[in-house]
Write a protein that binds this ligand. Structure first.
Ligand code: LLP
Length: 428
């Protein structure tokens, strides 16, 4: 559930009219709802707390890659969330937003020595090691730093899942993690080093997963590996279950609910006596954000095809171009009934010079004209974070709403600012 709803014929984010917001801040712009973020975090935290027996004092570490805006992170940090990070930049953001280092997990397939040293230096909760080569580098970094970081070994369970091949991470041929047998040897090797402290196992098999079966299989594997490692005299106290639970982009109820998901994890980990960690990104943020955009024009073809040309483009929201992702498009102020108000079929496109800049084809919408506003829903995760200035379009701004309050939490840069970032080569 989210807090974007129509009031008096105008779509609102909580108590803020998106029409008024567009007039004030301009478009395109991302708009986030505090109440929605809070609700999603609360549902997950409640479900996790209800299964404390099986999951221990579990950490919910928001996957910063999904939405790294400092105000979004600070909102979640105040609710008690930790952070799942994949770069020094993300660790810096999480710390700045008020996430304690002790709640920050550092994951990723290619952490540099400098990033590892930074993470060790600030004392993150845990570094998830993804390969033997990385373990060697981390041991060297930790020895130089005179620290003994807690680590988990990320397992590649050879179970891939997710909404698209490009966001499946746990498959055999995927670059992530260490196959189970090798992972257990690596765990033993880590335990033999005085410079790292292996505390657990981690996995993340993909994103936008709507069927719990592959997740359950992966968690079962983590359980049996834990038992095997303990049988070898090694201590395992934490299991990091990754993120991945999908959201209903087309509205309606999710195919796998938060409660079912958490109950499944509790069933699998029951009696194991580990502390679980969850790394949700999309689940918390996707439906807490929309991309608000204005219609530039409607281009009609003789064959009847209608292109709704909007001022947002693939540089602002790349998911349709990159993953063929579905985002619902909703008119902010559909005209009052009467007149020519029949739904019209549109292809919704941005202004960028490639056909990939097509958000949706053959969508039914109320009749729209130049100046009207639409939103792309489900855009709070992997939206603004993946934006760019392609075609020298200013980086899309972000706004946070809380009840009747709103704040610009990333302003749109001016053209002067954009051009000033590029000093000419001194011979030009
Ligand atoms: N943990 C790890 C180690 C991950 O690699 C990811 C996402 C997450 C957690 C969070 O997954 P989530 O709960 O959000 O599914 N840009 C793509 C999604 C890429 C996800 C990659 N890893 C998209 O727009 O669909």
């Amino acid at each position: 559930m989210h807090h974007f709803a129509s009031k008096d014929g105008v779509l609102h984010a909580e108590d803020v009219s998106l029409a008024a917001l567009a007039d004030e801040v301009g478009t395109p712009v991302y708009v986030y709802s505090t109440a929605t973020l809070t609700r999603h975090y609360g549902l997950l935290a409640e479900a996790v707390a209800a299964h404390r027996n099986a999951l221990g004092d579990a950490l919910i570490a928001f996957a910063v890659k999904a939405n790294s805006n400092l105000s979004v992170l600070a909102t979640l940090a105040r609710l008690g969330a930790g952070a799942d990070t994949v770069s020094e930049g993300e660790i810096r953001r999480a710390l700045k937003a008020g996430v304690p280092a002790g709640k920050i997990i550092f994951s990723g397939v290619g952490k540099t020595d400098a990033e590892l040293a930074y993470a060790v230096g600030v004392g993150v909760r845990q570094i998830n090691v993804e390969s033997p080569a990385e373990l060697d580098r981390l041991i060297a970094v930790a020895e130089r730093a005179g620290a003994v970081p807690d680590i988990a070994i990320r397992v590649n369970p050879k179970i891939g899942a997710g909404g698209h091949a490009k966001i499946t991470t746990g498959g055999e041929g995927d670059k992530f993690g260490v196959p189970a047998d090798e992972a257990m040897d690596l765990y033993a090797r880590a335990a033999a080093s005085p410079y790292v402290n292996p505390v657990g196992l981690a996995c993340h098999i993909g994103s936008q997963i709507t069927d719990l079966t592959p997740l359950e299989a992966a968690f079962q594997l983590l359980r049996s590996m834990t038992e095997t490692l303990r049988g070898r005299g090694l201590e395992v106290t934490r299991l990091d279950l990754g993120g991945g639970l999908g959201v209903p982009y087309a509205g309606g109820a999710p195919t796998a609910s938060i409660e079912d998901y958490v109950a499944m994890t509790a069933r699998v980990l029951d009696g194991l006596g580990v502390e679980a960690a969850f790394e949700p990104g999309r689940l918390l943020a996707a439906n807490a954000g929309v991309l608000l955009s204005r219609v530039i024009q409607v281009t009609e073809r003789e064959d009847g095809r209608r292109f709704l040309v909007v001022d947002a483009a693939m540089n602002d929201l790349i998911r349709p171009a990159m993953y063929d992702a579905f985002h619902e498009v909703v008119a902010v102020s559909p005209r009052a009934a009467g007149g020519d108000n029949n739904p019209t079929v549109y292809d919704i496109v941005g202004p960028i010079c490639e056909t990939g800049d097509t958000f949706a084809r053959d969508r039914d919408l109320p009749p729209l004209q130049t100046g009207d506003l639409v939103v792309f829903t489900g855009a709070g995760a992997y939206g603004a974070v993946m934006s760019s200035e392609y075609n020298t379009r200013p980086l899309v701004p972000e706004v946070m709403v809380d009840g009747a309050r709103m704040a610009v939490i990333r302003p749109r840069p001016t053209y002067e600012e954009m051009l000033a970032r590029e000093p000419l080569a001194d011979w030009l």
